[in-house]
Each structure stands twice: as structure tokens, then as C-alpha cells.
Design a protein around this ligand. Structure first.
Ligand SMILES: [Mn+2]
Length: 208
């Protein structure tokens, strides 16, 4: 376990022990002052668009707004669409450095998602595109409203976990988590404000 990045940072984060995973949760990675400024800046500055997704064989407008950011080489194909990255805003470069220190991982891209209210969501999926490699490290930072995040084993539904992703929290998923588990942020009927999620990733070069 000595090279397990979660265990290295266990003093700052909470390690969740589940089979076939590496999971570490930092409940207060950013302060409320930091998240407020960051939320407003990202919401106003990023060129948010509604991506198309394929769900049960149909192509639909995703129930959320998104923006793909990263190094120039970070083209990313998902749901049949090739996304060319926006350049890094300064504030996200700085944030990336802090997350790299906490997780002992490297990131060259970030997918930003804006969940405008409780009707916005993300369906069960895994971040298992080939560009991410066999053991992707994904660091997911939450800003704004608290939403429920569910993780469930593909074969064994008894293996599952849930987190309330509060403002300023960071969930790091690594190892074989994406290969063995799916995750979702379900819709809610409760009144809930907007939430921005930043999921930092490492994209391996692709010639497709
Ligand atoms: Mn995901």
C-alpha cells in the first residue's frame, strides 16, 4: 500500500476502504471565502455549453452545462464527440497545483460541470475513456450547493458508497475505481442552488 496516493495523504483526507478502489475525501479542501470567489469567477468567465451525451442509445442534450479546459494536447472524446480544450484560466492553474500537492498526482486537464439546480444531474457512468489510461486519477472539487454523489460496483451492488459533496470538498478517485465502479449525481426535487464541479484528469495523448 506504500505507493497508494490516498494513504500517503491520509492525514489530510479521509480514506474510504472499498474493494477495488482508491478513494480519498478532503471535506474542507478550500475555505468558504475561496469557494465563493472561485464560483463567481468560473460561472461568469467560462464559456459554458451544453454537451451532447449518448444515453441508452439516444443522443440528448446533457442535463448540465460543461466546459473542457486543458493543455493543447488534451483532446478528449466522449459520447461520440471530440472536445478541444479551452486554455487554462490563471485561477485554475493555481488550483491545479494545490490539488497536485494534496493528491500526489498530475493533471493536464479539467472538465467543469455546472449543475444549475436540482433538475441538473449526471447519470451512472465511469470515467473510463481510453485517453484516461487504465488507472485514472480523478480529483473532483465541488463549489456551491451540496449534492449527493453515489458510487456503485459494476458487479456487486453491495459495494457502494455515498458522499455529500459540500462546498470546497475534494474527492479523489484513483487506481481501478473507474474500471470496477460507476458513479452518479442524481436529480433532486429539493430546492437546491447551483453547483460547479471541477474534475481534474490526466489525458494521455491520442492520435484519433
Ligand atoms: Mn464522472
Amino acid at each position: 500500500m506504500s505507493n497508494d496516493p490516498c494513504h500517503v495523504t491520509a492525514s489530510a483526507g479521509i480514506v474510504t476502504v472499498l474493494p477495488d478502489t482508491q478513494l480519498c475525501f478532503f471535506p474542507k479542501f478550500l475555505t468558504v471565502d475561496e469557494t465563493g470567489v472561485l464560483f463567481d469567477e468560473l460561472r461568469n468567465m467560462l464559456p459554458w455549453t451544453q454537451h451532447r451525451v449518448r444515453l441508452f442509445g439516444r443522443e440528448l442534450a446533457a442535463p448540465r452545462l460543461s466546459c473542457w479546459i486543458g493543455d493543447k494536447s488534451c483532446r478528449y472524446r466522449y459520447s461520440g464527440q471530440l472536445h478541444t480544450p479551452q486554455p487554462w484560466p490563471k485561477v485554475l492553474r493555481i488550483l491545479r497545483g494545490r490539488i497536485e500537492v494534496a493528491t500526489k498526482a498530475r493533471f493536464n486537464s479539467v472538465l467543469a460541470n455546472l449543475y444549475r439546480d436540482g433538475a441538473d444531474s449526471i447519470a451512472w457512468h465511469a470515467d473510463d475513456e481510453p485517453e484516461l489510461g487504465p488507472e485514472p486519477g480523478i480529483a473532483s472539487l465541488s463549489l456551491g450547493a451540496t449534492r449527493r454523489f453515489c458510487l456503485r460496483h459494476r458487479q456487486d451492488p453491495a459495494c457502494q458508497a455515498e458522499w455529500w459533496l459540500t462546498d470546497g470538498s475534494l474527492l479523489y478517485m484513483a487506481g481501478r475505481t473507474q474500471a470496477h465502479y460507476r458513479h452518479a449525481v442524481p436529480k433532486t426535487r429539493k430546492p437546491v442552488g447551483p453547483r460547479i464541479n471541477l474534475s481534474f484528469r490526466w489525458i494521455f495523448p491520442s492520435d484519433r
